[in-house]
Design a protein around this ligand. Structure first.
Ligand code: DQA
Length: 145
C-alpha cells in the first residue's frame, strides 16, 4: 500500500513555531515517526511539504495512478484554498485531513475547512499523533474495501 503525506505552509517551522499550540517536535521527526508506523503496517509512506499552493496542487496531481491514499495537513490553506479542494477531488484518491491542533477550539476563521468536504475523514487535536491516527484509519479503510 502506498500513502502520501502532504504538508502545507509553515509546517516546516514546527518545533520552533508556537510550540504551545503545535508541540516541540519538528516536521522531520513527525514524518519519520509516521513513516516508521507505516513500515510496521506494511505501508510505503512518502512525504512532501511546500509553502506554495501551486506546488501542493501539482504534487496531488502527480499522485494519481501511483498512490492508494492521501493524508494532508493543508495548514492555513485549509481555510482558504478552493484550488487544493479541487485538486483532492480531481485526484479521486481517498484523503484524510489532519491538523495538529483542534482548529474548532481556536479562532473562528479556523472553523471553516474548504478541504474537509472532499476528504473521507478528518483528525485533529492530537498533536503529532494526529498523523499516526490518520495513517491507521486510512489503512483500515483501504484494506476493508
Ligand atoms: C494547522 C491548523 C491551521 O489552522 C494552521 O493555519 C496551521 C496548522 C494544524 O495542524 O493545527 O498552519 O493545520
Amino acid at each position: 500500500m502506498k500513502i502520501k503525506i502532504i504538508n502545507g505552509p509553515n509546517l516546516a517551522l514546527l518545533g520552533k513555531r508556537e510550540p504551545d499550540v503545535y508541540g516541540e517536535d519538528g516536521l522531520d521527526k513527525i514524518m519519520k515517526d509516521t513513516t516508521a508506523r507505516g513500515k510496521e503496517l506494511n505501508i510505503e509512506v512518502e512525504t512532501f511539504q511546500s509553502d506554495i499552493e501551486g506546488e501542493l496542487v501539482n504534487y496531488i496531481g502527480k499522485c494519481i495512478g501511483n498512490t492508494d491514499g492521501l493524508i494532508i495537513n493543508p495548514a492555513a490553506y485549509t481555510h482558504t484554498s478552493v484550488a487544493l479542494r479541487d485538486a483532492i477531488k480531481a485526484s479521486d484518491l481517498p484523503c484524510v485531513e489532519v491538523h495538529l491542533s483542534n482548529t474548532m477550539a481556536r479562532e473562528e476563521f479556523r472553523h471553516t475547512s474548504l478541504t474537509a468536504g472532499v476528504c473521507i475523514g478528518q483528525i485533529m487535536g492530537f498533536g503529532a499523533n494526529s498523523y499516526i491516527l490518520a495513517l491507521e484509519g486510512l489503512a483500515k479503510t483501504l484494506t476493508n474495501k
